[in-house]
Design a protein around this ligand. Structure first.
Ligand code: FAD
Length: 192
C-alpha cells in the first residue's frame, strides 16, 4: 500500500493515530474536473460508525496532526465505504492532498462527527454555499423526505453565510428555519 508521503511518522504521532484515527485505503479517485476529486475510501475500521447527512469527516492530509474536513456524500457503515467530493481551491495541505491522492493509498480519518444540525431532513431544503458543500448537497438530496416549510442550510464561506442570513431575516424567514456552518474563511486554515 502506498503512503501519500515519504515521511516516517514518529512515536507520538503513531500512538495518536492508533488511538484516535480510523485506518482506510483509497479505493478510487475520480477526477471530476481540474479542481474537483470524487474519492472513495474503504476499510473495516469504517464499519459501525454512526453517520447522518451533514456530519463531517476529518482526513489526515499531511503529518503530523494535519487534518482537513470533508462532508461525506455517502457513508456506508455496514460495508465500510465512504465517498467524498473534495475541491482543491489552491495552496494548502488539503488541496495538495486532493491533487496527489491515488487509488491504493493509505488514508487515516477522524470521525464521522456531528457538524450541521439538519434535524429530520424532511424537505424542501434551500442550500446556500460555494464549491465546498457540493458533497453536502448530494447527501442532503439523498436523505430528504416531504415537508411543508423550507429549511435554509447555509454553508461555504463565512462572510457569504452572514450576508445570506441577513437577507433571509430581512425577508421574514424565521431563525428556526436556518441552519449554518462555515466551511472556510479568508485567512483561516483547516476549519472543522
Ligand atoms: C464542516 C466542514 C465540512 C467541509 N466539507 C467539505 C467538503 O465536503 N468538500 C470540500 O471540498 N471542502 C469541504 N470543507 C472545506 C475544506 O475543509 C477546506 O476548503 C479545506 O480545509 C481547505 O484546506 P487547504 O489545506 O487546501 O487550505 P487551508 O490550509 O485550510 O487554507 C489556506 C487558505 O486558503 C483559504 N481557503 C480554504 N478553503 C478555501 C476555499 N474552498 N476556497 C477559497 N479559499 C479557501 C483559507 O481561507 C486560507 O486563507 C469543509 C469544511 C468544514 C469546516
Amino acid at each position: 500500500m502506498r503512503f501519500t508521503e515519504d515521511r516516517v511518522p514518529g512515536l507520538l504521532e503513531r500512538a495518536f493515530d492508533r488511538l484516535l484515527l480510523r485506518s482506510a485505503r483509497v479505493a478510487a479517485v475520480h477526477r471530476v474536473s481540474d479542481r474537483f476529486r470524487l474519492i472513495d475510501l474503504e476499510g473495516d475500521a469504517l464499519q459501525g460508525a454512526a453517520w447522518a447527512a451533514g456530519h463531517k469527516l476529518q482526513v489526515k492530509v499531511a503529518g503530523p496532526f494535519t487534518a482537513r474536513t470533508f462532508t461525506p456524500i455517502v457513508f456506508d457503515a455496514v460495508r465500510g465505504h465512504v465517498r467524498l467530493l473534495g475541491y482543491a481551491h489552491g495552496a494548502g495541505p488539503g488541496s495538495d492532498w486532493l491533487r496527489r491522492v491515488q487509488a491504493g493509498d493509505a488514508c487515516q480519518v477522524f470521525g464521522p462527527h456531528r457538524s450541521l444540525a439538519l434535524g429530520d431532513l424532511a424537505g424542501p431544503v434551500v442550500l446556500h454555499g460555494d464549491e465546498t458543500p457540493f458533497g453536502l448537497a448530494a447527501a442532503v438530496a439523498a436523505a430528504m423526505g416531504a415537508r411543508a416549510q423550507p429549511r435554509c442550510v447555509l454553508t461555504g464561506r463565512a462572510q457569504s453565510i452572514q450576508q445570506a442570513r441577513q437577507a433571509l431575516k430581512g425577508r421574514g424567514v424565521p431563525a428556526s428555519c436556518i441552519v449554518a456552518k462555515a466551511y472556510w474563511a479568508p485567512g483561516k486554515t483547516g476549519m472543522d
